[in-house]
Design a binder for this molecule. Structure first.
Ligand code: GLP
Length: 233
């Protein structure tokens, strides 16, 4: 079931997204959340930081991470999360998880899947969407992958994310959660800001389900809330 909510502007989208997260955490103080990066969730994270809600029992797992950037690199998704959320809420460091790429990447992916699978319940998966319809870094392809895996980023993705990298090249590879944990989540919250994103979401949710447009698979999920606004993030 997909419910779409059109928000007046980016502020309203961020308010609504934060409310959904806070409701989840109030209902279950030990909630398990899947978290996104990108410009779109920045407003939601700002509201969570201001909320003074109790995150001490909450566990988080991030969707994805670039390969070949050390965790402390300013453009790593670890640094993004530190800046926008972790530094401002009382999440316990041992309850925060990220996909890792260092060393044997296949082994790292397997470990991340084992970590995810150990949770009996995932309460909420929050997603952004790439201009090509990717979710996490699950890029358009002939197939979708259930588990955590390494990806070669699509040219379109690297071009879209270039704005975050001043002189350096955008990494060519990333590691991403697969589709399975998103489907295990009780609820998915998909955020899309800007006309281009709204158009991709519309295509993904109103046409055929295809791995060529990874977000289209969300049509098959039991409970998806899409927050849309034409205003960009
Ligand atoms: C990156 C992330 C995605 C995110 C997308 C959209 O590619 N891997 O998880 O959804 O960016 O980002 P933005 O919100 O900046 O458009």
């Amino acid at each position: 079931m997909v419910e779409s909510i059109i928000c007046r502007d980016y502020r309203a989208l961020s308010d609504r997204a934060a409310e959904i997260v806070l409701d989840t955490v109030r209902t279950n103080p030990e909630a398990v959340l899947i978290l996104p990066t990108g410009s779109t969730p920045v407003g939601m994270y700002a509201r969570l930081r201001k909320s003074e809600a109790d995150f001490s029992g909450v566990s988080t797992m991030n969707l994805d991470e670039y390969c070949d950037l050390p965790a402390e690199h300013p453009q790593s998704y670890r640094s993004f999360m530190q800046k926008h959320l972790f530094s401002g809420v009382n999440l316990q460091p041992e309850k925060i998880a990220f996909p890792k790429w260092e060393g044997n990447i296949t082994e790292q992916c397997r470990r991340y899947d084992a970590h995810i699978e150990a949770f009996p319940r995932i309460d909420l998966a929050i997603l952004g969407i790439g201009p090509n319809g990717h979710i996490g870094f699950n890029e358009p392809d002939d197939y979708l992958i259930a588990g955590t895996h390494e990806v070669v980023l699509a040219n379109e993705t690297r071009a879209a994310n270039k704005r975050f990298f001043a002189k350096e090249a955008v990494p060519e590879r990333a590691v991403t959660m697969g589709i399975a944990p998103i489907f295990r989540a009780e609820r998915v919250l998909l955020l899309a800001a800007g006309e281009q994103k709204c158009a991709v979401v519309h295509r993904a949710l109103s046409d055929k389900v295809t791995p060529r447009l990874p977000a289209s698979v969300l049509q098959l999920h039991k409970h998806v809330t899409v927050l849309l606004t034409e205003e960009g993030s």
